[in-house]
Ligand binder design. Structure first.
Ligand SMILES: Nc1ncnc2c1ncn2[C@@H]1O[C@H](COP(=O)(O)OP(=O)(O)OP(=O)(O)O)[C@@H](O)[C@H]1O
Length: 677
């Protein structure tokens, strides 16, 4: 295989010469470099350990995985060592960069099918290997698919990978909410039963769409909406007008991956046997077609960064001081989930601006097709709100609490009380709601789950590792330009977590990535090159459960109140149904309030395409009449049943009396006096 094992890469920073920056991500900056003793060009990923206190585990896992794995389609680390408070991970240099980078530079509308097939085949081989080894990659996306000059393809970035054979704490990590929203499998969002290798197959399908279109489905939407759309809408696919150029087998392959029920998705091995991969081209075809005219990776990276800096400046002009802080935070990658109303307001304001831009005349025909596609999804979303809020709320639940282990741990806590410290960020989505059982329908697995009684998210305890939640393709596609020549299509939406801290704090407490990058750079180059030019676009979004606020001890209690198979009677089910309906009504009202609040954001109603802001949709939320009618019916039925039950008991007693009487009569005894005949 590779000669990696034979070569001894030195474990001292002095033996390496860093050249230009070729990539960055949430957790690191990547440089082209020279290994002096071996005279070999390598890539070095530099992470600042001091700033990664909270995620040392993740880093250790990433480096461990990268060192232990060995497959031609998986990016294996040559070695890693610490240099001061930095961790250097030395890897083969993939001169073509990531598929995302390639698309950003030259193929904003996506790649041709034969190239996609060749790239995906290699990725699939990597997945077969990883899955066989027990790893779930959990972050399969074009930004993590690297290409070499000869067209060799390697899957990279094991920062959030998990091992199926892990136990204890590490096993718990398999239940965490991790990945990048657009690529994230619904079962990861739902957080109901954990997930397995099949989550990678979903991301693989999304990656196929990303390569086909130049961006992932739903990528223009803010993360929360991406979650809702992924859970509520039919899975995305290659079904639209613009997809005519793609073959039937490609469409079928994508459809096979994007099935919501993970059990119905093929394994990576089975997928490789799909007809789509039957006659794929050799690696050289990839290099010949997509790398031939591209400038060197470092130059491309610099150009993109410059464009992003310009975009940032334009945004600054557009938003002025008021939104500037949010913008900066977002651009730096300091983003996380925050349901503080001020944040929601900010988000609404940002969404509005993005929409105005995306509606601008500058959008070309291709964009129109895109809009059609989005409108369809919008419609789906709207239709699917009839089932709101049960499933989305479970998704939201997944954002805050996660593994069953956590719940158990909390329930088992010493005094059973919440111990989250102040300050708290509170959003009582369901202040009085207890548990409910939910059955998913359609193509989703049938699952039972609990809702939550209330969320109290502690600002201090909540652990958020998060990059830009707007996915990788924040960079403008050529068709998404505004009058200044830059796209604002993927306009940033801020979900920063430290708003409750002082602004001063925020500068030092948000994204690990920003601090890592800035510090790594300043240490290495002796300057802070980041100021004013940062656009943190690549994003890993991860909220672990371990540090989250304990769930209220109520969390599981209602489950015990649910009728069991042995004691189930109509009389016991009806009060429960009644209760669930009431609970939903309360939840709806809460959500409605939030939506109305967003609607009050100055100007946010203008051109706001988001279903949340759509007045009719708001009304559809607000129309509980049907629900009330149902509730009344339920109450009525309940009373009827109760009277039937009483009647039944009365008849039973009478029957027993009759039996006794009959026996007495047969035995020639005196008929008891109390018996009424
Ligand atoms: N070996 C390599 N050769 C060339 N470029 C690389 C290499 N490794 C990484 N890069 C570039 O650097 C970028 C960031 O790397 P990487 O994905 O490992 O960082 P990260 O912080 O884990 O990113 P994220 O979590 O946002 O996906 C990649 O998208 C790619 O463009």
């Amino acid at each position: 295989m590779d000669q990696i094992a034979e070569k001894k890469f030195p474990l001292d920073a002095k033996d390496y010469k860093l050249y230009e920056e070729v990539g960055d991500g949430v957790s690191a900056t990547v440089y082209r470099a020279l290994c002096v003793p071996l005279n070999e060009v390598v890539a070095i990923k530099v992470l600042d350990l001091e700033k990664c206190n909270n995620d040392l585990d993740g880093i250790r896992r990433e480096v461990q995985t990268m060192t232990m794995i060995s497959h031609p389609n998986v990016l294996q680390a040559h070695c890693s060592f610490s240099a001061g408070h930095h961790l250097w991970v030395v890897m083969p240099y993939m001169a073509g960069g990531s598929c995302l980078g390639i698309m950003k530079s030259a193929f904003s509308e996506g790649l041709e099918e034969p190239v996609i097939a060749a790239v995906l085949r290699e990725v699939l081989k990597a997945l077969i290997y990883l899955h066989f080894q027990g790893h779930i990659h959990r972050d399969v996306k074009s930004g993590n698919i690297l290409v070499d000059t000869n067209g060799a393809v390697k899957l990279a970035d094991f920062g959030v990978s998990a091992c199926m054979f892990d136990s204890g704490d590490r096993q718990r990590s398999r239940n965490t909410f991790v990945g990048t929203p657009c690529w994230m499998a619904p079962e990861i969002m739902q957080q109901l039963h954990g997930y397995d290798f099949k989550a990678d197959i979903w991301s693989f399908g999304i990656t196929a769409l990303e390569l086909a279109h130049g961006h992932a489905p739903f990528s223009k939407y803010p993360p929360m909406k991406v979650l809702l759309m992924t859970l509520q809408n039919a899975p995305p696919g290659l079904d639209y007008e613009r997809d005519k150029r793609f073959s039937k087998s490609f469409k079928e392959m994508v459809a096979a991956c994007l099935v919501k029920d993970p059990k119905k998705r093929p394994s990576s091995e089975k997928l490789l046997k799909h007809s789509f991969f039957k006659s794929t081209r050799a690696n050289e075809y990839v290099s010949k077609t997509i790398l031939r005219d591209l400038p060197p990776l470092g130059d491309r990276y610099r150009t993109l960064k410059e464009k992003e800096a310009e975009l940032l400046l334009q945004n600054k002009d557009m938003y002025g001081d008021k939104e500037q802080l949010s913008q900066k935070e977002y651009m730096r990658g300091i983003s996380a989930w925050n349901f503080n109303l001020d944040d929601l307001k900010n988000q609404a304001a940002l969404i509005q601006d993005y929409v105005e831009t995306s509606n601008s005349e500058d959008l070309d025909a291709c964009n129109k097709q895109d809009t059609e596609y989005d409108e369809l999804n919008e419609q789906n979303l709207e239709d699917s709100f009839s089932s709101f809020p049960i499933r989305p709320l479970q998704a939201l639940k997944g954002l805050f609490d996660v593994g069953e282990d956590d719940i158990n741990a909390n329930l088992n806590s010493k005094d059973g009380k919440e111990s989250n410290p102040e300050p708290q960020l509170q959003m009582q989505l369901s202040p009085t709601a207890e548990e409910q059982e939910t059955k998913l329908t359609d193509d989703e697995s049938s699952v039972g789950g609990c809702s939550f009684r209330k969320f109290v998210i502690s600002g201090q305890r909540r652990q958020v590792y998060s990059g830009s939640l707007v996915p990788d393709n924040v960079i403008p596609h050529s068709r998404r330009v505004n009058h200044n020549g830059d796209s604002l299509r993927y306009f940033p939406v801020v979900f920063y977590s430290e708003q409750f801290q002082s602004i001063q704090d925020r500068n030092y407490s948000g994204s690990l990535s920003y601090r890592n990058k800035r510090d790594a750079k300043s240490q290495i180059f002796g300057e802070d090159t980041m100021d004013g030019t940062i656009v943190e676009q690549k994003g890993r979004f991860k909220i672990t459960s371990a540090e989250l606020n304990p769930m209220d001890a109520h969390t599981n209690c209602l489950q015990n109140q649910f009728p069991t198979a042995t004691n189930v009677t109509p009389a016991s089910v009806l009060p429960m149904l009644h209760y669930i309906l009431q609970t939903n009504a309360i939840q709806r009202e809460q959500i409605l309030k939030l939506i109305q609040y967003l609607g009050q954001t100055p100007g946010s109603h203008v051109g706001y395409p988001d279903a949340f802001a759509n007045a009719s949709l708001v009304q559809s939320f607000a129309v509980p009449a049907k629900e009330r009618e149902l509730q009344t019916q339920v109450v009525h039925l309940q009373q009827t049943i109760e009277s039937y039950v009483e009647e039944l008991q009365r008849l039973k007693m009478r029957n027993a009396q009759l039996e006794r009487h009959f026996k007495a009569y047969k035995g020639g005894e005196k008929i008891p006096e109390e018996i009424e005949l």
